[in-house]
Design a binder for this molecule. Sequence first.
Ligand SMILES: [Cu+2]
Length: 402
Amino acid sequence: MHPVQRLIALAIAVLALASPAWAGSPTCVSPETKLSWPQTNPVWEMCWLPPNSSVGPRGSGLELRNVYWNGTLVLRRAHSPMLFAEYKGGQGGNCYRDWKDTVTPILASTAVQNKLGVVPAGGEPAKTSCDRSNQPTQSYGTCPYGLPVPSGYSCANGVMIEDGGDHVLLTAQYIADWYMYSSRIEFHADGRIVPTFGFGNRNGTYNSVTHWHHNYWRFEFDIDGLGNNTVSTNGVDQSTEFSDLRNATGGAGGGPTTWEVRNSTSGNGYRLIPGANDYLVPTNQSGRGFHTTDFLATRVNTSEYGDTPNYSLSDCTMHTANLINGQSIANTNQAIYYRVAVRDTTANDWPVGGPFIPQDSMVCKSVGPEWVPFGPWATALDLIYADGFDALVPGARPYLQH
Ligand SMILES: [Cu+2]
């Protein structure tokens, strides 16, 4: 081959490695805002919306649309359209379906307020009510939660976007009267997606009644963007909508239950691994029958963002049968719902009959799983890292060894 031809061939090969079929990038339309992280040679790109611009009846909290990893579509949408509180024995507040569309300020550096930025050296990351609340009976109100506000910091509404070197973290906070909820999601250079939900408070109302909070995330996958995904449970492909439970032991010889979504053709996929704290409060611990499932795999239907299109404060049951109603989920796009819950316990009240645990009702508790990539796109990343292309991703750590 002529030296010039060789050079051209080499250049093409290098370009192909640097951006192999990774041409995809979201188009964001107001009120969506585009995030590219890092800003040059982005690994993750997406459109984000604050809770007050999210879809669904009374919103869906922090909402992300058209999420791309290295130029390949992963998610059409990720958000939290169903949120509940329920009280022991129907005391006090009885039960509620909370709203998810009212923002409340977060204490954060101006560098990360509604734009990608880096927390100043020696400064503190974005602080929500949940981050502040570590005492069993004390509440701290709204931002700045009784704290001094450092120079360069302020209480701001919206989405805080912090560049963590090997990941980017988005933080939103929204309020439903007595409660202030933190919704966070991390996107790691190695492909992992780590959502966290914190159940905080504004004041101490019903602090004296043991109660539970439930958040349901909704992850609408379209891996590779071709509408042909498959969902499996512990490795077994599923063809019809189903609900499922977390299981730490999996029975005799088993392991923790995990679920996977993958492109039926390419094999690119994500595995949902429950977080350790997700197991702390079992399904329906209150015994009231409002929340009986942890995981739902549903077919994507137009404008279906939850179990009911009509929001009502007193509609405090999650109506599983409205979502799991026999539709096929074979070789299509699915919306995965994943429930996490916490219990805020009053003194001398839990467990029923004792011995009672100390009061922890105002201590904020955070829960959440991890989505881990698998398949060719994860394997390709191994090769890229092994070949030294991780220079494109400052601070990135090598992908999990297989
Ligand atoms: Cu609470």
